[in-house]
Write a protein that binds this ligand. Structure first.
Ligand code: NAD
Ligand code: LMR
Length: 337
């Protein structure tokens, strides 16, 4: 008989990782020694769709790799030191990037730009050289700018494939489901919410009207939950009081998105989740990266779904999102140009 806690762990793992397909894949984590990188590496080691895990950081990755490698799942794990980035990227199909500094109280994500832009650009340059067909999942903030930085860097190197680049906005989706469940007395499994736009404050646009539980939330409760979804990151930054931002919930969200991508790459149909990609939806307004529901398939981005019907309140949120998102995207592009 399984103990209750083991049974609980297994059941929550099966919720995080679905593995209906059998093909497996080499995944690299760049920034594996950090607050997100370590638990993310742990969760990816538990994902049956990951064959091989390549852990890189400018400090600490070999230690994390030695530790994680003792876990009794089939994948092999290798750690790489600061001067071994090219080896870390050799043969990888998926690269997850949580490298970079996190916020402290009082900072916006955009305040991280000066430090993180060059970190992300340099890592993207290496991916372009060593693993030009890899799928790249960007966690490093500000996501609204770091994704365009990666795109422009790959483009400059002549290897940009828009179907292979993703800004990870899954934490917004995870938070929205959790917060909606909290006020609806429901299980988060039953309260999924599509979150569109970008990943910072007003650019985060939850579409509660498209959810049966969500459309029941009105008035002050609606204002409050929208604010909490948009500023959930600040809640954690404040609570950590100078020690950084969300790491554990982000590792969960990063592993969840990676698993969704791997299922799509392995041919599973109907894998649909919001992610920040090169998108035609608002390109006419000069906004060529946007998060909306995306179907993931054997080539990465299979289909970008339209945002669908939205309420008058959501239209207002979208109107506030677009100009800010445009600025963030242009800042990223200008950095590489
Ligand atoms: P952290 O400081 O704990 O870890 C960052 C790691 O990156 C460190 O281990 C550091 O050594 C490493 N690093 C720095 N430069 C590097 C380089 N050139 N190559 C490889 N590794 C390098 O920070 P964290 O809490 O893990 O957060 C990392 C990033 O993720 C931050 O920018 C944060 O804002 C962002 N973040 C994004 C989301 C999201 O939803 N997308 C959520 C939470 C945090
Ligand atoms: C989050 O949403 O938690 C992350 O983007 C980290 C942050 O700076 O808030």
């Amino acid at each position: 008989m399984l103990s209750r806690s083991v049974a609980r762990t297994l059941s929550s793992q099966s919720r995080l990782f679905s593995s209906s397909a059998t093909r497996q894949t080499k995944v690299a984590v760049l920034g594996a020694g950090g607050g997100i990188g370590q638990p993310l590496s742990l969760l990816l080691k538990s994902d049956p769709l990951v064959t091989s895990l390549s852990l890189y950081d400018i400090r600490g990755a070999p230690g994390v790799a030695a530790d994680v490698s003792h876990i009794d799942t089939a994948s092999e794990v290798n750690g790489y030191a600061a001067d071994q980035l090219d080896q870390a990227l050799d043969g990888v199909k998926v690269v997850v990037i949580p490298a970079g500094v996190p916020r402290k109280p009082g900072m916006t994500r955009d305040d991280l730009f000066n430090t993180n832009a060059s970190i992300v650009r340099d890592l993207a340059t290496a991916v372009a050289r060593v693993a030009p067909t890899a799928h790249i999942l960007v966690i490093s903030n500000p996501v609204n700018s770091t994704v365009p930085i990666v795109a422009s860097t790959l483009d400059k190197a002549g290897v940009f494939d828009p179907a292979h680049l993703f800004g990870v906005t899954t934490l917004d989706v995870v938070r929205a489901a959790r917060f909606l469940a909290g006020i609806s007395n429901a299980n988060p499994r039953d309260t999924p919410v599509t979150v569109i736009g970008g990943h910072s404050g007003a650019t985060i646009v939850p579409l509660l009207s498209q959810s049966s539980y969500g459309k029941a939330v009105t008035g002050e409760a609606y204002e409050k939950i929208v604010h909490r979804i948009q500023f959930g990151g600040d809640e954690v930054v404040k609570a950590k009081d100078g020690a950084g931002s969300a790491t554990l919930s982000m590792a969960y969200a990063g592993a969840k998105f990676t698993n969704a991508l791997l299922r799509g790459l392995n041919g599973q149909k109907g894998v649909i989740t919001p992610t920040f990609v090169k998108s035609p939806l608002f390109a006419a307004q000069g906004i060529d990266f946007f998060s909306s529901n995306v179907e993931l398939g054997v080539n990465g981005v299979e289909k970008i779904h339209p945002i669908g019907p939205i309420s008058a309140e959501e239209q207002k949120l979208l109107d506030a999102c677009l100009p800010e998102l445009k600025k963030n995207i242009e800042k990223g592009k200008a950095f590489v140009a």
